[in-house]
Unconditional design. Structure first.
Length: 103
């Protein structure tokens, strides 16, 4: 079953840019199980929307790639990490490139 979430982070969008670059450096351009990733600037920081083939795919990638990348970038930074607001949601419909209907 697909797994999806939106994460709102009250931090400069440059933090997203640095994290995205570090994640790509660590994992390359192919991510097993990731269907959609969108990052965008917001009035209070940045937001990430992702849709995965399953929660297990997300958990594995988050544990093996994302969290170590965050720790690497946070090393030596003053203060606590910004608090994230995470909202999981059920995907009601998803159409990918070429008209491929996923759910």
């Amino acid at each position: 079953m697909t797994y999806a979430h939106v994460v709102d982070v009250p931090a400069p969008v440059e933090m997203y840019d640095a994290l995205h670059a570090e994640i790509l450096r660590r994992s390359g351009t192919t991510v097993d199980g990731l269907l959609v990733h969108v990052g965008r600037a917001t009035a209070t920081g940045f937001q990430v929307l992702e849709v995965w083939q399953s929660r297990a795919h997300f958990d594995s990638y988050n544990d093996q790639v994302v969290l170590p990348a965050v720790a690497h970038l946070a090393a030596g930074q003053p203060g606590p990490a910004p608090q994230q607001a995470i909202e999981e949601f059920q995907v009601r419909g998803l159409v990918l490139e070429g008209g491929n209907v996923v759910v």
